[in-house]
Design a binder for this molecule. Structure first.
Ligand code: BGC
Length: 769
């Protein structure tokens, strides 16, 4: 565990340079704006260990699959988010000596992420020669207001030396992905242009042919006044630069403001990228740094107003939750339904930047409660648009008649994952995608979505479930055989309770929505029936049989649901029996030992009891929690948050808090020693849910919001912002009561501790505990 960052409510602060932790800090201090992201690499040359990372949402490369043993049905490629042209570069040399923090004599260093205003700042002082010091300050942000823009303000101050400082301001498109399967570079140059003051490179991705224009222009100031120095120009393949020298005397400060625009063919026609990027650079520089920054800051102001969580009495928790909210909003802004949320967002290459079930199961509930409904709607539309590919994916595996299997991992709808036990068997993902439609509907009340899009997706998924279930003559039950549940430490099991439960739930939900849409919008219903060639009587008749006769593994003695058939044949041991030096088990045990053990990677039965909680009484939830929690090793970042929510539900605040702590500072304290690869963006949503749905007990029940708050002993109070339909509100919980503030002008009906209240527009209501 590493805790080199100082605790602060709004800032993440690294003081002193820790080269051995540089990759970790590069991930932690990443910035993004939903359209692109940038690891906290240095602007100036750095010869030490670093993972260079500039990423553009939706721009990927299909890297040819690499597997040990090919299985029919495997995808041909794994879609990778690309390390895109490096736009941050500003090299500096002082009296001919390159500034490089890996070799410099460092007097002081700090790196600060300002989460309130959305920027990264770095300051350091180094010795250039005996008693000769320079100080460098840089600040950069990716504009939330104009998402193609990245802006850097970079100053070099001579404390006590006179001499020459050389700057090279550049764009470098000769970049590679560290995780390239065959060591190939993925970018080709299309065109470049460099002049005095500007540089632009247009590159294209191999195979996918995305074109990206990365352009820069800059201003130079000497002691805060414009300074004009003639640069020399470098113009070579995949690299454009301006280099200039400035004479300085003690006390002088030179500042470069670098404006960068990154446009891609996802949003701009290829043939006008050059003209468009020039225009964007011109507009940005005429607007100027101060205005661009203030517009960016005000966007962050609005985001915080809608999503902040304030925790009093625990600064580490306060910092952590803001860090999580900040990173989630940097990753996805919901403006474009072609984009999604990779488990590592824009902070690393791992997981390919692609979409997993994490989006629907974890990230969507966060955005549903903190952002305009179109943000969540765009996440649903993303899957709607991939329905055709999901049908093809299922066909490839032998399913028919419009059955859809959504991919485990995808960029464009096609499956990218290639481990048979996950690709073919971790089919519960389909359940999360169906459930997301229900979740969206109950939060927003947008019934139109179902008839326009949702129902088609539900039909495809239900067809899949009904075909995937097989009839056992022996047991006179339907079975779902050969699956991997959310707990990936069990593969190829029969009748994973969570999977079977989600299958049955989806089938029932689809039938009720077929009936509803046929009643409410018969015209649209007819259209869907024709489009999907749906035979209502025959198909739903069969679905109903599957619903009625699905096998659900259950232990009569303990009265708990069984994770899968045969689970009780395992040696049931608590995780605390595992010697600490053997944890995490996935780094110390052979895979077959893990599979034979009872140990659970992440919430599985408990995930089902979380999503479908209104079907199960508290006693049932408690029995299952008490049975499964001790065997859970929480080796997925998506685990402890769900257990924490379930612990809150059964009123076990001590356990809920203990589990919450495992998720809250996962990245800031690098519990799993892997932050260098990138942050756990999707699990950050889980942490937020552990507060709002866990401690706060917020639910949408029968078209009303309910809160049922608990408060961890250590906290003096906490408050969160949320929304339900068009009403925004704040819930503040103390040890003596709850204060609900209606932040809109419409009346909010809310159930607090089982009693209903009406809170009028702008009203505040105090409820005693
Ligand atoms: C988890 C999956 C998750 C994936 C990406 C895995 O370790 O087991 O549930 O989808 O990580 O976050």
């Amino acid at each position: 565990m590493n805790s080199c960052y100082k605790k602060d409510e709004w800032l993440i602060i690294e003081e002193g340079f820790h080269p051995e932790l540089n990759r970790e800090s590069e991930s932690i201090f990443s910035i993004g704006n939903g359209y692109m992201g940038q690891r906290a690499n240095f602007e100036e040359h750095y010869s030490g260990d670093s993972l260079q990372g500039s990423y553009i949402a939706g721009v990927y490369y299909p890297d040819k699959t690499r597997v040990g043993w090919w299985k029919n049905g495997y995808p041909e490629y794994f879609a990778k988010v690309l390390n895109a042209p490096n736009w941050i570069g500003i090299d500096v040399s002082v009296n001919g000596k390159t500034v490089d923090l890996a070799t410099a004599r460092i007097i002081s260093f700090s790196r600060i992420l300002n989460m309130r205003e959305g920027y990264l700042e770095r300051s350091f002082r180094i010795l250039i020669a005996e008693n000769k010091t320079i100080e460098i300050n840089s600040r950069r942000f990716l504009s939330m207001a104009e998402p193609d823009l990245g802006i850097i303000k970079y100053s070099v101050k001579s404390a006590n030396f006179a001499g020459t400082i050389d700057f090279t301001v550049y764009i470098d498109a000769d970049v590679r992905n560290e995780d390239a399967n065959y060591g190939k570079k993925f970018w080709k140059e299309v065109r470049r242009e460099v002049t005095t003051g500007t540089g632009i490179i247009i590159t294209r991705t191999m195979k996918t042919d995305f074109h990206v224009a990365t352009g820069m222009c800059y201003e130079l100031h000497g002691n805060k006044k414009p300074l004009h120095v003639k640069p020399s120009v470098t113009d070579r393949e995949k690299f454009v630069a301006n280099t200039f020298s400035v004479k300085t005397k003690p006390g002088d400060e030179l500042t470069i403001v670098k404006y960068v625009s990154v446009l891609s063919s996802l949003n701009n026609p290829k043939d006008v990228l050059m003209t468009d990027v020039k225009k964007r650079l011109k507009d940005a520089s005429s607007k100027g740094y101060a205005k661009l920054f203030s517009e960016h800051k005000s966007e962050w102001g609005e985001i915080w107003d809608a999503s902040d969580v304030v925790i009093e009495g625990d600064i580490a928790a306060q910092q952590a939750i803001r860090f999580n909210i900040f990173q989630l909003n940097q990753t996805y802004t919901g403006k474009d339904e072609r984009l999604n949320i990779g488990p590592k967002g824009f902070t690393g290459e791992k997981y390919g930047g692609s979409t997993y079930w994490d989006t629907e199961a974890f990230a969507l509930p966060f955005f549903l409660k903190t952002a305009d409904q179109k943000v969540a709607r765009n996440l649903l539309l993303y899957r709607y648009k991939h329905l055709g590919e999901s049908i093809k994916n299922a066909e490839k595996l032998g399913f028919k008649n419009g059955a859809a299997l959504y991919p485990m991992v995808t960029m464009n709808g096609e499956e990218c994952h290639n481990e048979w036990e996950i690709t073919f068997e971790e089919i519960h993902r389909n359940g999360a995608i169906a459930y997301a439609i229900y979740n969206y509907n109950r939060h927003t009340g947008d019934n139109g979505y179902m008839a326009d899009y949702g129902l088609e997706v539900l039909i495809g998924i239900s067809r899949f479930w009904s075909q995937r279930a097989t009839w056992s003559e022996e047991k006179k039950k339907y079975m779902i055989l050969g699956v991997t549940g959310p707990n990936e430490y069990e593969n190829n099991v029969n009748n994973n309770w969570y999977t079977n439960t989600m299958a049955v739930w989806t089938l029932s939900y689809t039938i009720s929505n077929l009936l509803l849409v046929s009643k409410e919008t018969p015209g649209k219903y007819e259209k869907i029936i024709r489009k999907t060639d749906f035979d209502f009587t025959e198909e739903t008749g069969y679905w109903q049989k599957v619903i009625d006769k699905m096998h659900m593994p259950y232990d009569d003695k303990r009265k708990v649901f069984l994770q899968q058939d045969g689970f009780l044949d395992k040696e049931l041991l608590p995780a605390e029996k595992i010697p600490p030096e053997e944890r995490p088990i996935n780094q110390h045990w052979s895979w077959d030992r893990i599979l034979r053990s009872c140990y659970i990677k992440q919430a599985d039965v408990l995930h089902g009891l979380y999503v479908l909680e209104d079907k199960y009484d508290i006693k049932t939830v408690k029995r299952n929690f008490d049975f499964y929690e001790p065997m859970t090793v929480h080796e997925s970042s998506l685990s402890a948050c769900i257990h924490s929510i379930v612990a809150s539900r059964i009123g076990n605040i001590r356990k809920a808090y203990e589990l919450y702590l495992r998720t809250a500072r996962l990245d800031l304290d690098d519990y799993n020693n892997e932050v260098g690869d990138g942050l756990h963006i999707t699990s950050m949503a889980g942490t937020w849910l552990a507060i709002v749905e866990g401690f706060g007990g917020m639910r949408i029940l029968d078209s009303k919001v309910r809160v049922n708050p608990l408060i961890p002993e250590k906290w003096t109070s906490y408050s969160f912002q949320a929304r339900f339909r068009s009403v925004r509100f704040e819930v503040k919980v103390t040890h003596t009561g709850v204060i609900i503030k209606n932040k809109s002008d419409r009346t909010l009906k809310m159930i607090v501790f089982d009693k209903e209240y009406q809170i009028h527009g702008s009203e505040e209501k105090q409820i005693e505990l």
